[in-house]
Design a protein around this ligand. Sequence first.
Ligand code: PAF
Length: 283
Amino acid sequence: MQVLETIGAFRAARAELTGSLGFVPTMGYLHEGHLELVRRARAECDHVAVSIFVNPTQFGPNEDLARYPRDLPRDLDLLRAEGVELVFVPGPPEMYPPDHSTFVVVERATAPLEGARRPGHFQGVATIVCKLFNIVAAQRAYFGQKDAQQTVVIRQMTRDLNMPVEIVIVPTVREPDGLAKSSRNVYLDPAQRAAAPVLYRGLQQAATLYQQGERDAGMLRAAVLRTLEQEPLVALDYVSVAEPSTLTETEGPIRQGALVSLAARIGATRLIDNILLEPDGRA
Ligand code: PAF
């Protein structure tokens, strides 16, 4: 496994590879969710490249950039064990030299949900992913369904900018109690960790109602809300029932399936999660 810190070194190593390349962009502090992306890439491509870069431009001024968890030696051990060939670990000046002045703005899909609460976040995500795509030159790139809005934004960007990369979305990996795997789970103290699975339980309430035939978006939102209200340590930020490809909020009956997503604070930690309700009534 080659670990490369500069764009030039990465490109030189990448040029040596023949066949298809699968790419998994990450911010490190890897967990099973990331490893699932790597395994999927491994299964579908001749080679796998992973990037580890805590991207400053996607963090707001009051967010957790400085305390974002990092453990590069452990990450590299995990990637080595998965048979990854190339790991790109640039420092911030490599990706954002002092004269950097170009950003990627994806309109519409970035307006609601996380975009409304985290101004600039998706501009940071789209910009770094665009730069990484240009550097890595992979045939396929792998993203987790957990960051549902991110997947919509990246798909839109690659379509709009005619990027020659296929976006593959991989289902959310969960703890046995349903909590979605996230690098931020490490911030939770034991009481908060015990409270956190209520997020998934809320989403499951909506899924169960949907499977029973409920199609009213308001009723599904209310079911999630009622479940989360039972947990005093959890402060709900939003619960949304939206059209999955545009993220337009659904009022009234769901016709073409829906993305049910939420964000909540548990202490100082903000967590997100979502489930997809399929058009055929499955969840
Ligand atoms: O999902 C993430 O970890 C990040 O948003 C990404 C895609 C690596 C860009 O920094």
